[in-house]
Design a protein around this ligand. Structure first.
Ligand code: SAM
Length: 287
């Protein structure tokens, strides 16, 4: 596969574009493991972000009912067309995934396909966070499950526990909407060209209900971001720094006390339940 993909790219005069995060995954075993991690059935619809030369797309098309693949780089068209020619269940949409409506993409699935909606992607590193945020906050257009290959360091952030260095607002956002698992670590040697760092596949199982109940989701994430915004400040000072315009420092202290959270703690030690309690206490004071 390595030789074939490299030959195809050369034949079409295509060079991997760094600015589009083009590191093609060429290890057949790892491609199969990624597709298997999505637990696909022939009634599922898969959305692939960035099919590249189509090596992962093919693995997905073999296991799913339909694959909708969104690729921004039209130069890849001849390679993709050649590699996908034997499948009639793949649709390639040319464009920037971040500008697409998820609702419209899901609607491309053939009617009657009544399995689950899943996302599988070997993501370009430069759009990892916006893609994750788009999927997590897509309300009724969220997938049921996503398997995403990201930098190992990012994968560790998504599954991080409170009190660890990797724990941050992206960990809380991810764990609020999904149960994340790190399923596979992938060395640079699996790609062409080779990236500088290791990657990891993360599986996100989307929850039916968020992990905790909050009245105002937007405010909840504001509180979370404020708590992580200034890692060297105490929680009270960090929250005051970002929310001070709306809430007086004494009120923040009262909310922390009502939520039974010591105001000298650091934001990164709070678990998701404590963030929810704190948000509720702050909301009550704002009424
Ligand atoms: N899926 C292929 C594989 O596993 O070998 C390619 C993965 S490569 C890391 C990322 C792919 O995403 C590239 O083909 C790149 O052109 C495409 N891409 C980059 N930015 C994109 C965007 N905003 N929307 C859709 N595709 C994008």
């Amino acid at each position: 596969m390595v030789a074939r993909t490299r030959k195809q790219l050369r034949r079409h005069n295509i060079r991997a574009k760094k600015r589009l995060g083009q590191n093609f995954l060429l290890d057949k075993g790892i491609l199969a493991q990624l597709a298997a991690a999505a637990e696909l059935s022939l009634t599922d619809t898969v959305l692939e972000i960035g099919p590249g030369s189509g090596n992962l797309t093919v693995e997905l098309a073999r296991r799913a009912g339909a694959v909708i693949a969104v690729e921004t780089d039209r130069d890849l068209e001849p390679v993709l067309a050649a590699n996908l020619s034997e499948f009639d269940n793949i649709q390639v949409i040319w464009g920037d995934f971040l500008e697409q409506s998820l609702e419209s993409l899901w609607q491309l699935a053939p009617t009657g396909l009544d399995g689950e909606r899943k996302v599988v992607a070997n993501l370009p590193y430069y759009i990892t966070s916006p893609v994750l945020i788009k999927l997590l906050t897509a309300a009724s257009h969220r997938p049921r499950l996503a398997v995403i290959l990201v930098q190992l360091e990012v994968a560790e952030r998504l599954v991080a526990e409170p009190g660890t260095k990797a724990y941050g607002s992206l960990s809380v956002l991810t764990q609020y909407f999904t149960c994340p698992e790190l399923v596979l670590k992938v060395p640079p040697t699996a790609f062409f060209p080779r990236p500088k760092v290791w990657s990891a596949a993360i599986r996100l199982r989307f929850r039916d209900q968020p992990a905790v109940k909050v009245q105002d989701e937007e405010f909840f994430f504001k509180v979370v971001r404020a708590a992580f915004g200034h890692r060297r400040k105490t929680l009270l000072n960090s929250l005051h720094y970002d929310l001070g315009e709306r809430i007086a420092k004494e009120d923040i202290a009262t909310a922390l006390s009502r939520a039974s959270i010591d105001d000298k703690r650091r934001g990164e030690t709070l678990n998701i339940e404590e963030f929810a309690l704190l948000t509720t206490a702050l909301t009550e004071l704002l009424r």
